[in-house]
Ligand binder design. Structure first.
Ligand code: NAI
Length: 331
């Protein structure tokens, strides 16, 4: 099977190649560094499958083009699928595979890393001591112990995050359409969205991006957060209305924001812009706040997760066509 693999970096290629060699030497993978978008979709001609990541743009036009040119499956190298027009895929009978679980711990642990960086300012301390500055001025943090942690979305990643925070000795509140009974027995108290927003000292988002969760934290809800609260977003950028976030940060209402994702990340994330101008003023403004820690969608970026992503992706490419009996999202 000929597969066009989009938005790949050397590390993606390395892990995919290694899984392919051991599991499926018959697959013919062509790696592209650019994303699959309406502008690049012509490059999918002649392939039977496309393999994409979080910021490829598979809207109705792209899915229609893929269908017309004989692409018979879409294989995502990620868990989220908000960037694929599933309705069109279902209509055109294109199955969409994803990696529903590769390492929830990778993302949950990154959320904790962001929180502890922002809180204890280790990013600043690291630079200071390397320059011979051993002063502690401005580095005061707080004990996370006994703080109220809100976890919105207690699926695989949210559950892992909640358990880590229980281990820190926190009071953990949860909010989910489907509360997890086992997590509740471990001490997570399920509450409404309104309550979790109003009562959390630290609020972490782990829901998928859907029509219902788009701007879940909009300007109004951001103002309802406890003064001094910290928000963590390792889910998807558009769970937060970024302009509203900038407003509450400017007014000093929030303690800070730990972000691994950003609404308009597609243009910048995963690439080196250190010698170029960032023309996105919202992103540029976010980067000026001393109480914002931003990483470039790297929650998933561990050896274990990359190995699991590559193996599941290759497995998804190997599923025989005659065994696929449903279209759109597979699982
Ligand atoms: P999951 O499907 O296991 O859990 C999501 C949870 O959210 C479920 O329990 C679901 O019931 C709940 N939920 C959905 N809509 C809701 C709503 N409107 N209100 C309340 N709860 C709702 O997904 P998982 O694996 O935990 O991943 C969560 C998200 O994390 C993914 O959708 C993806 O966007 C993001 N992610 C980010 C990564 C990163 O590198 N930063 C890597 C992997 C995933």
């Amino acid at each position: 099977m000929k597969v066009a693999v989009y938005d790949t970096k050397p590390y993606d290629q390395e892990y995919l190649r290694s899984a392919q060699v051991s599991k499926a030497p018959q697959l013919d993978l062509t790696f592209y560094e650019f994303k699959l978008t309406p502008q690049t979709m012509h490059t999918a001609k002649g392939f039977e499958a496309v393999c994409v990541f979080v910021n490829d743009e598979l809207n109705r036009d792209v899915v229609g083009f893929l269908y017309e040119h004989g692409v018979k499956r879409i294989v995502l190298r990620c868990a989220g699928y908000n960037n694929v027009d599933l309705e069109s895929c279902e209509k055109l009978k294109i199955p969409v595979f994803r990696v529903p679980e590769y390492s929830p711990h990778a993302v949950a642990e990154h959320a904790v890393a962001l929180l502890m960086t922002l809180n204890r300012k280790t990013h600043k301390a690291y630079n200071r001591v390397r320059e011979g500055n051993f002063s502690l001025n401005g580095l005061i943090g707080f004990d996370v112990y006994q703080k109220v942690i809100g976890v919105v979305g207690t699926g695989k990643i949210g559950r892992a995050f909640a358990q880590i925070m229980l281990g820190f000795g926190c009071r953990v509140l949860g909010h989910d359409l489907y509360p997890d009974a086992e997590l509740a027995t471990k001490g997570v108290e399920y509450v409404s969205l309104e309550k979790i927003i109003k009562e959390s000292d630290i609020l972490s988002l782990h829901v998928p991006l859907t029509e219902q969760t788009f701007h879940l934290l909009d300007r109004e809800r951001l103002w309802q957060l406890k003064p001094g609260a910290i928000i963590i977003n390792t889910g998807r950028g558009a769970l937060i209305e970024t302009k509203g976030l900038i407003e509450v940060l400017k007014k000093g209402h929030l303690g800070g924001a730990c972000l691994d994702v950003y609404e308009e990340e597609r243009r910048y994330f995963f690439d080196d812009f250190s010698n170029r101008i960032i023309s996105d003023d919202v992103l540029a403004r976010l980067l000026t706040f001393p109480n914002v820690v931003l990483t470039s969608h790297q929650g998933f970026f561990t050896h274990e997760a990359l190995t699991a992503i590559a193996e599941t992706t290759i497995t998804n490419l190997l599923i025989p066509t005659d065994q696929i009996n449903r279209y759109g999202l597979q699982k």
